[in-house]
Design a protein around this ligand. Structure first.
Ligand SMILES: [Zn+2]
Length: 133
C-alpha cells in the first residue's frame, strides 16, 4: 500500500539522515541524497570491532530499503565475520532505532566463542599457506 505525498509522488526513495524526505523527481532526489552524505564517514553511525573478530557496523543508507511496504528503512546494522557463516543484518527507520539495534547486535556477538575460534582458524590457515610457500 503506497500513500501519495503532497508533492504527488507515490513513493519516496531518498531520505536525509534526520528522516526527512527528498521530494520531487527521484533522479534529482538520488543525486541530492548522495551529496547530502558525501563520504563514508558521514554515513557511519557506529562501528565496533570485537575481540573475537566480529565487526559490527551501522550505517545510514539514504535510500529506502523497505521493499515490502511500511515505514522507510534507511539505516542498517551488519555483523561481519571471518568465517562468512553468517552476516546478520537489521534495518531501521530512525537513527535512534539504529543505535539501539547496533548495541543489541554488539551484545549478541560480544561473547560469541565460535566467532573467536573461526577467527583463529582463519589466521592459522593464512599462516600455514604462507609457510608452505
Ligand atoms: Zn513528496
Amino acid at each position: 500500500m503506497s500513500a501519495i505525498c503532497t508533492c504527488g509522488q507515490e513513493r519516496h526513495l531518498y531520505y536525509r539522515r534526520d528522516g526527512t524526505v527528498f521530494h520531487g523527481d527521484q533522479n534529482a532526489a538520488a543525486l541530492a541524497c548522495a551529496r547530502s552524505f558525501g563520504d563514508a564517514d558521514q554515513r557511519r553511525v557506529a562501528v565496533n570491532s570485537l575481540w573475537n573478530g566480529v565487526s559490527v557496523s551501522t550505517v545510514f543508507l539514504g535510500m529506502d530499503h523497505n521493499w515490502g511496504g511500511g515505514p522507510p528503512l534507511i539505516f542498517e546494522t551488519m555483523a561481519f565475520h571471518t568465517s562468512d557463516k553468517y552476516d546478520p543484518q537489521e534495518r531501521y527507520s530512525t537513527e535512534a532505532e539504529a543505535l539501539a539495534g547496533h548495541r543489541k547486535m554488539v551484545a549478541r556477538y560480544r561473547w560469541d566463542i565460535r566467532a573467536a575460534v573461526a577467527a583463529l582458524l582463519h589466521l592459522a590457515r593464512a599462516l600455514a599457506a604462507k609457510w608452505r610457500r
